[in-house]
Design a binder for this molecule. Structure first.
Ligand code: UGA
Length: 443
């Protein structure tokens, strides 16, 4: 099939590349000329394991191409995926200007039947607005050409995007049209071979499914963080509680890891957007608001624990950070807990000495050159001469540590383990002052 993808961000690039890899002919369009030029050379703008080689091989194989030309893009695919960004507006609602601008572009240039596929995470009702926008653009040209709009939300995780796309749990398509069902089946056939993963439903149900899935996962995390905070005050170890409740198949082990709060480009934005949608239909989203509030508080706990360890005075201290990205295997720092911590430390007059295997460039891009931000080449240099160590991201490289060595590096042997990587007992036995998340008497 011939497929066009609008937007070469995470979702667009992974979708386009995986569909090309499955044998389709894919043209990805983006307004960013520099990005498209780099992609044509096989250079990808994001860090995602396995993606670069997949882009290169599909470009070389002639199945994947990139363009900035909207006319060529609209003319190319029978399926037109919209995978552009939906950044949050100031009130938390999703800003649809880019989605609707693509819809307008499609309406202006289409000359035959198209299926417009909403891939971006968009509020319930967006497919109707996309439809109206395309229809208005067609009317402006005095044309009446048939088209359909369907919702096909994406459930990929950064760092595991290719596997999530190619081996996802489900492929959801919101449409009532038999023709669209047939075309979407054909599109996903290469990834729907072993068992039936396609789920067809109403457009609005598909749109809400995406938000409900992310809100549910965010709820699990905030719930667990709340239990961790309680455990801390009650002298219990939340890691034991986690295993205890995870063993119940109704609860399950995934997404119940307590920590320093969820970040990234999805959970914070989607929980807020769904809460905003709720208020628009006169519903008070008590639970969603609480999930967000608990997370906001959780992101501050790294600083609170440090401040406690230093009797509230962090001025002139040097704090080592291991991990800047919002989670491992990505260079993404959007809404990362490390940012809340760094900003609080700077406010308190401390210096940050940080290392992350992938996000150093991103950190420099966000914060620029400043005296109180020292980015070092590895985890060993990060702790050299530092007063305390904070773990913000659970990268594999951080999991094994010689505590005796660590104690010798830190001038005040304080370790704040925002991801519960270490055994509190072992850390304490080595003479470290260990602060985990919800680890019994670690307060
Ligand atoms: C999330 C969802 O997991 C995907 O299914 C979804 O498609 C995606 O959002 C999206 O909407 O595009 P992602 O944001 O890439 O994916 O990352 P996750 O692995 O879900 O992690 C999100 C945050 O939750 C991270 O900050 C992570 O550290 C935190 N987390 C996760 C916890 O604190 N505890 C856990 O048990 C799990």
């Amino acid at each position: 099939m011939k497929i066009t993808i609008f937007g070469t961000g995470y979702v667009g690039l992974v979708t386009g590349t995986c569909l090309a890899d499955a044998g389709h002919e894919v043209l990805c369009m983006d307004v960013d000329e520099n990005k498209i030029a780099r992609l044509k050379d096989g250079e990808i703008p994001i860090f995602e394991p396995g993606l670069e080689s997949m882009v290169k091989s599909n470009v070389a194989g002639g199945r994947l191409d990139f363009t900035t030309d909207p006319v060529a893009a609209v003319g190319f695919g029978q399926l037109q995926f919209i995978a552009v960004g939906t950044p949050p507006d100031e009130d938390g609602s999703a800003d649809l200007q880019y989605v609707l601008s693509v819809a307008d572009t499609i309406g202006r240039h289409m000359t035959d039947y198209k299926v417009i596929v909403d891939k971006s995470t968009v509020p319930v009702g967006t497919a109707d607005r996309v439809s109206q926008t395309v229809a208005a653009a067609l009317e402006g040209r005095g044309e009446s050409i048939e088209f359909d709009v369907c919702s096909n939300p994406e459930f990929l995780k950064e760092g595991a995007a290719i596997k999530d796309f190619t081996h996802g749990a489900r492929i959801i398509v919101g449409t009532e049209s038999e023709r669209v069902m047939r075309l979407m089946r054909e599109c996903y056939a290469p990834y729907n071979r072993h068992h039936e993963k396609m789920m067809f439903m109403d457009v609005r149900a598909a749109e809400l499914t995406k938000y409900a899935a992310n809100a549910m996962l965010a709820t699990k995390i905030s719930f667990m963080n709340e239990i961790a905070n309680l455990a801390e005050r009650l002298g219990a170890d939340v890691e034991q509680v986690r295993r205890g409740i995870g063993s119940d198949p109704r609860i399950g082990y995934s997404f119940i890891y307590p920590g320093c709060g969820y970040g990234g480009s999805c959970f914070p934005k989607d929980v807020q957007a769904l809460a905003h949608t709720a208020t628009e239909v006169d519903y008070q989203p008590e639970l969603l608001n609480a999930v967000e509030a608990v997370n906001f508080r959780q992101k501050k706990t790294l600083y609170t624990k440090l401040a406690q360890a230093f009797d509230g005075d962090l001025k002139g201290r040097t704090i080592a950070l291991w991990g800047l990205a919002f989670k491992p295997n990505t260079d993404d720092m959007r809404d990362a807990p490390s940012r809340t911590l760094m900003e609080a430390l700077w406010e308190a007059g401390a210096t940050v000495q940080a290392f992350d295997p992938e996000a150093m460039k991103e950190c420099r891009r966000i914060y620029g050159e400043r005296d109180d931000l020292v980015l070092v080449a590895d985890r060993v240099q990060a702790v050299k001469g530092a007063d305390a160590l904070v773990i913000c991201t659970e990268w594999k490289d951080f999991r094994i540590v010689d505590f005796d060595w660590l104690k010798r590096q830190l001038s005040t042997p304080v370790i704040v383990d925002g991801r519960n990587l270490f055994d509190p007992q072992a850390a304490k036995e080595a003479g470290l002052m260990y602060y985990g998340v919800g680890r019994g008497d670690s307060l």
